[in-house]
Ligand binder design. Structure first.
Ligand SMILES: Nc1ncnc2c1ncn2[C@@H]1O[C@H](COP(=O)(O)OP(=O)(O)OP(=O)(O)O)[C@@H](O)[C@H]1O
Ligand SMILES: [Mg+2]
Length: 233
């Protein structure tokens, strides 16, 4: 198992964002985390990295209970985040952003050269300031930076946000799809359910503070009432 959540609950002060979320994600799986605006997707993603809310329950990453660990140690155990809003250093160039990500990281299969080979667009723009990149290029840079941690599990939060539909599709279906084919485990938190389900054969749906669906994407797509009630599609 790559990731196992057991009765995970998250609170901001007295406000419960979700509770009793239990699920398992196996190595190499591609899983979409869906839910309407405000359903708690980002909160769940942040919880995985011990970045936000107060938690109860357990989070196992590659067999190890990590819910009380500091973020950098969780990341090093094998999980990388592409955060909502990308979190790049705007004054640094593409290659500086990437080089920064290689500092203090274990050496592994992902090198600066391999990132540039995988994303030729970034190689062309390597000297550009990251603030001068297009939305799609910025997303590739954020993905490249996450890959440089060598983590086998990639968590992407709203990777399609702010991108034109064709660019969002290129990033998620083509680029992330290719990484997944090569063996990366992917958890994709997305408001854009239609797009996420094109990549991921399995879906999770957060609604009303609960995980209301965990199963094959096909079954979700066939459930009109669930789609309408919880995803508004
Ligand atoms: N730092 C915070 N303090 C208090 N409440 C918060 C905080 N961050 C988020 N919340 C609340 O938690 C709930 C879930 O928000 P979250 O951002 O996780 O949703 P989301 O599913 O990621 O939404 P979106 O699709 O807009 O990204 C919302 O009601 C939000 O107002
Ligand atoms: Mg969010």
């Amino acid at each position: 198992m790559m990731l196992e959540l057991d009765k995970l609950s998250a609170h901001y002060g007295a406000v419960e964002v979700f509770s009793d979320v239990s699920l398992r994600i196996g190595a190499g799986e591609k899983v979409a985390l869906l839910g309407r605006n405000g359903a708690g997707k980002t909160t769940l993603v942040q919880a995985l990295f011990n970045l936000g809310p107060r938690l109860s329950g357990t989070i196992r990453l590659q067999g190890e209970a990590v819910q009380d660990w500091p973020t950098h140690r969780i990341a090093r155990r094998g999980m990388a985040l592409v955060p909502q809003g990308r979190g790049l250093f705007p004054t640094l160039s593409v290659s500086e952003n990437l080089r920064l990500a290689t500092l203090r990281q274990p050496r592994g299969a992902w090198t600066l050269e391999k990132i540039f080979e995988t994303f030729p667009r970034l190689a062309e723009r390597r000297h550009a300031s990251s603030s001068a990149l297009s939305g799609g290029e910025r997303q590739l840079l954020a993905i490249g930076r996450a890959l440089l941690t060598q983590a086998p599990l990639l968590v992407l939060d709203e990777a399609s946000e702010g991108l034109a539909p064709m660019m969002a599709e290129e990033i998620i279906v083509q680029h992330v799809g290719k990484l997944a084919e090569a063996g990366l485990t992917v958890l994709l938190a997305e408001q854009n359910a239609a797009l996420a389900l094109r990549l991921c054969p399995r879906a999770l749906v957060l609604a009303g503070r609960r995980l209301v669906f965990d199963g094959p994407s096909e079954a979700l797509l066939a459930d009109r009432s669930l789609l309408q009630e919880h995803l508004g599609v």
